[in-house]
Each structure stands twice: as structure tokens, then as C-alpha cells.
Design a protein. Structure first.
Length: 109
């Protein structure tokens, strides 16, 4: 496993910093539309986990750059971890938001 986990506090600090943060939300589109992390510094992408599970070696997600780190998130972090493993094996730089959006909401409240 070469991807690392990022805590909500660290992600929040990063969002407040100068660099753009790319967030990949792997939940279903309806859940994404209900709530996702939004900020001028955040580029938020929604690619449902089923699409990522179907990727084969050599597949490329056109929306994702292999040059920039991507923070993968879901509701609790479990699906994000599975997706991160796949993306990591395809050469993407990924991090997982620890505890997912549940932890993020708790941290932000």
C-alpha cells in the first residue's frame, strides 16, 4: 500500500492553503449531489466507485491527472480505500480521507 491517509484536520488546512486540492468522491451521484466538500480551492470530481472497480490495467481516467495528488473520499472511508488501491496500482497519486465525509462533517461542526 503506497497511498496514505489524510485526516479531516489536515485536509482542512490544505484547503485553506494556496494550492488547489483535487477531491475524488466515489459515492453514487445522488449522494454526491446531496453533499460534497465545496470550496474555491477544491476541484471536486464525482466518479462512482463502480466505475473505478471496473477499471482494468492500463485504463486511464480522463478527468484525473497522474501528476497531482488526489484525495479520495466516500461516506466512511471504506469504498475510498478500495478505490485508492486500484488507482494507486494504475499510477495515480492518491490519499484517502480518513473516516470519509462522516468524519469531515464531525470535524467541521
Amino acid at each position: 500500500m503506497t497511498y496514505k491517509k489524510i485526516e479531516p484536520k489536515e485536509l482542512h488546512k490544505r484547503i485553506q492553503g494556496e494550492e488547489k486540492v483535487i477531491l475524488l468522491d466515489v459515492r453514487a451521484e445522488e449522494k454526491y449531489k446531496e453533499f460534497h466538500i465545496e470550496d474555491p480551492q477544491v476541484e471536486s470530481l464525482n466518479i462512482p466507485k463502480t466505475e473505478i472497480f471496473d477499471l482494468e490495467e492500463g485504463s486511464v481516467l480522463l478527468q484525473l491527472s497522474k501528476e497531482c495528488p488526489v484525495v479520495v473520499t466516500c461516506t466512511t472511508g471504506n469504498s475510498a480505500e478500495k478505490c485508492a488501491k486500484i488507482l494507486d496500482s494504475l499510477g495515480y497519486q492518491v490519499e484517502v480521507l480518513e473516516g470519509g465525509l462522516t468524519a469531515w462533517k464531525e470535524y467541521r461542526n
